[in-house]
Design a protein around this ligand. Structure first.
Ligand code: GUN
Ligand code: ZN
Length: 441
């Protein structure tokens, strides 16, 4: 048995905070500890209570004065867009055609896909993200590269081959039949292997014919254990084009509803221009709207109206959407989320932010028994945060007096430098990464 005792200031959520002073929604141990055995959390509590439980062989790591939290979870990003972040000057459809569909063609090469997959996983870890949901490219080899890189690091990752059979360059198109066949084979190969979960991934209504949507329906029916991911209502021109391609649908949401794709396992990127009717359909079906603040600002897409989702009882999660998104950091993502909501007169408390990055996103994925909080039996995926990682943060922290203030400073000023260490199933990853950076071309 391998035992590990982490000491530090431990923060983990048990529920969504209802207000800025809702102390019942989280556990916080000022001199706390997490006891880990064989990659799983055994107990969380005061260091004084946990220290006697560690055996003589236990490894002890003192992270004081840093904060120990569950690893962050990113619910939407694109692994083949790692080298396309910061592509200038275009909104969604032009950006896809000018930059993204060029970049994604490079993933026809397995060697390229392998290299980027390794760097992608390392970048997530460097930023404190231990689990994520990503689109791969249309090439099945890119999915192999993605899950192999995750398996090598023992990360719980969700992903799938993008399916797209129209409105894209020839090198990026599958067909309704090959999209189906390749997805079936990839599910058989990867879903449930180690910590891997598969996401059936029709890119969006614009790049899938009705025949491919029909095949997506069949895949979802045949594989209810898999996630489903697509994009919905991100940009006004996209909404107009998508609905013109499916004239029988009531609205954009009705396109996906018409192929029985909505449900608890469905993750819908963006959801900016939805009517109340559409949000009500998401609520009824338990589908998850994914809020991607850095992407929505960078691509000039618009503002996610969180309060309307809350009022209408629809589920939502938060994500980077790299490479439309501009950072792998969930801290930077929440800094932008705060601003996107603030400009609409909506509040995002620091506790609500940290809940969303951890337990909130785990619940959106239905994985709260495994990840997103530090409870007995959970996988020991852990992020250690340093609130004084930059000189300007150190200076600002001198005036902070509460945990809420500290969390807000970390979110507003922090980035990968604020992540002191990351554990995946009880194994330290960030310190190793710094010692052994991935090789490559
Ligand atoms: N809609 C369809 N594909 C994409 C993509 O790759 N990124 C974003 N942001 N939106 C999309
Ligand atoms: Zn996306």
């Amino acid at each position: 048995m391998s035992q590990l005792l982490l000491r530090g200031r431990v923060l983990t959520f048990t529920d969504a905070p209802k207000s800025i002073d809702d102390t019942a929604s989280y556990s916080y141990f000022e001199d706390g500890a997490v006891l880990i055995e064989n990659g799983r959390v055994v107990r969380v509590g005061d260091h004084a209570a946990l220290a006697p439980l560690a055996g003589p062989q236990a490894e002890i790591v003192d992270h004081r004065p840093h904060l120990i939290l569950p690893g962050f979870i990113d619910t939407h990003l694109h692994f083949p867009q790692t080298q396309a972040i910061a592509s200038y000057g275009a909104q969604l459809l032009e950006w896809l055609n000018t930059y993204i569909f060029v970049e994604e063609q490079k993933f026809a090469s397995s060697a390229h896909a392998d290299f980027i997959a390794g760097r992608f996983m390392d970048e997530l870890l460097r930023n404190g993200t231990t689990s994520a949901v990503a689109y791969c490219s249309v090439h099945p080899e890119s999915v192999d590269a993605y899950f192999a890189a995750a398996e090598k690091r023992n990360m719980l990752m969700i992903g799938g081959k993008v399916m797209m059979d129209r409105n894209a360059p020839e090198g990026l198109r599958d067909t309704a039949q090959t999209g189906y066949d390749e997805t079936k084979a990839l599910i058989a190969k990867w879903h449930g292997r180690g910590r891997a979960h598969y996401a059936i991934s029709p890119r969006f209504a614009i790049t899938s014919t009705p025949e491919q949507m029909e095949m997506s329906r069949v895949l979802v029916r045949e594989h209810p254990e898999c996630y489903v991911q697509t994009h919905l209502s991100e940009n006004r021109d996209e909404v107009a084009y998508a609905t013109s391609l499916y004239p029988a649908a009531k609205d954009y949401t009705d396109i996906y509803a018409g192929y029985d794709l909505l449900g608890k396992k469905m993750l819908l990127g963006h959801c900016i221009y939805l009517s109340d009717r559409e949000i009500a359909v998401l609520a009824e079906t338990g589908s998850v709207a994914v809020f991607c603040p850095t992407s929505n600002l960078f691509l000039g897409s618009g503002l996610f109206d969180r309060d309307r989702f809350q009022t209408l009882g629809a589920r939502f999660s938060v994500a980077t959407d790299v490479g439309g998104g501009t950072s792998f950091s969930m801290l930077e993502t929440m800094a932008e989320a705060y601003k996107v909501l603030h400009v609409q007169g909506q509040r995002l408390s620091p506790f609500a932010s940290y809940y969303m990055m951890t337990l909130g996103n785990a619940r959106a994925l239905g994985l709260e028994d495994r990840i997103g909080s530090l409870h007995a039996g959970a996988d020991a995926d852990i992020t250690v945060l340093d609130s004084r990682a930059k000189p300007a943060m150190e200076l600002r922290m001198r005036t902070a007096t509460t945990l809420a203030e500290e969390l807000f400073i970390l979110q507003t000023m922090g980035d990968d430098r604020s992540v002191a260490e990351v554990y995946v199933a009880g194994k330290p990853m960030k310190s190793r990464l710094d010692k052994h950076p991935a090789a490559g071309p």
